[in-house]
Write a protein that binds this ligand. Structure first.
Ligand SMILES: [Zn+2]
Length: 329
């Protein structure tokens, strides 16, 4: 978006007022597409033309791309929303890049998931200025947690709440509450965007539930690399397990492999799935041992690149549903 490249940084206090700055066209340089003609100014076109640039200036940092998508849906044009973890990268054990330090120091607010999804959270919070609001969206959502069932983090709340579309709708409401507090002038915009988006997510839930209803009970088994689909499985009534419990732990250990092979013998799934942010090689090893085919990717910890199958939260959920129904039937 040209808005991003052409954005002019304004002091935070001004940004929060949602000021429309009047800038001389010369100041816009290469960002011509942001120039807004006023019609009456036609004769002034050129160096003296004065244009209005809607300059909100809010920069919002989010911890990963799924949250970036949901926050963008609420913020609309009122903010530039950035994800610290890049598309396709592993969110749990991400290491902050130099770019991330800049993102955090420029941020007017920081939204993260919480429940230990971001193992690097402490470092990010250290970089953030003290007066910058930070919001742990998953705990704030009030959505009931499901404990991680296996591995080093067994018993801790599983952090992937967003995989239940109704929980994602609650995320959206948390974001709207927070943005309304940070930038009260635009509260009506945030509330309206959130109302629309959470409505879409609740419809998405109904739509996917109906699709899954056609799947026979003996076929309702979702085995993935990371057992990140507990909330998804809860939403759509699937049996679920993974090679490991959380991407925060060591992946593909002999104990994990032996355990999942036993589970597969017991559950007889139609396929084993890998996720877009992990290597498929562990699923392939399990497949060699069990004869169950490998399919993927499922999306959970990141949305896809724009030109791929799952560039938004809603596209990611539909993609997962279609892949599962095709492979498990
Ligand atoms: Zn994960």
């Amino acid at each position: 978006m040209t808005r991003r490249r052409g954005r002019v940084r304004v002091p935070r206090a001004t940004a929060r007022l949602g000021t429309v700055l009047m800038l001389g066209a010369f100041a816009l340089g290469a960002c011509g597409s942001e120039t807004v003609g006023t019609g009456a100014d036609t004769e002034l076109e050129g160096r003296e033309a004065t244009v209005a640039v809607e300059q909100d200036g809010m920069v919002i940092a989010t911890s990963f791309s799924v949250l970036e998508d949901l926050v963008s849906g609420v913020a609309g044009d009122a903010a530039e929303v950035r994800s610290l973890t890049p598309l396709g990268a592993e969110v749990h054990e991400w290491e902050l890049s130099p770019r991330n330090f800049a993102d955090l120091s420029e941020a007017d607010a920081f939204f993260y998931n919480g429940y230990q999804l971001e193992q690097w959270l402490g470092q990010a919070l250290e970089v953030l200025e003290d007066d910058v609001p930070r919001v742990a969206v998953a705990p704030e959502s009030g959505w009931p947690t499901i404990p991680i069932r296996v591995g080093d983090l067994e018993g801790s709340p599983d952090p992937h709440l967003w995989m239940h579309p109704e929980a994602a709708a609650r995320y959206v409401e948390v974001v709207a509450d927070a943005l309304s507090e940070i930038d009260p002038e635009r509260e009506s915009v945030y509330r309206e965007n959130a109302r629309e988006l959470s409505g879409e997510l609740r419809s998405l839930y109904e739509e996917l539930k109906e699709e899954f209803a056609g799947l026979e009970s003996s076929r309702r088994v979702l085995i993935s690399s990371e057992a990140a689909f507990l909330y998804f499985a809860d939403a759509f009534d699937l049996e679920h397990d993974g090679i490991w419990g959380s991407n925060a732990e060591e992946e593909g250990t002999p104990d994990q492999m032996a355990r999942i092979i036993d589970r597969i013998d017991e559950l007889e799934p139609g396929a084993i799935f890998y996720e877009s942010t992990v290597s498929e090689r562990y699923a392939l090893s399990v497949s060699e041992e069990t004869g169950v085919p490998v399919r993927g990717p499922l999306y959970v910890d990141s949305v896809s690149e724009p030109e791929e199958d799952a560039p938004t939260y809603q596209a990611m959920m539909r993609h997962n549903m279609e892949l599962l129904l095709r492979e498990l039937r």
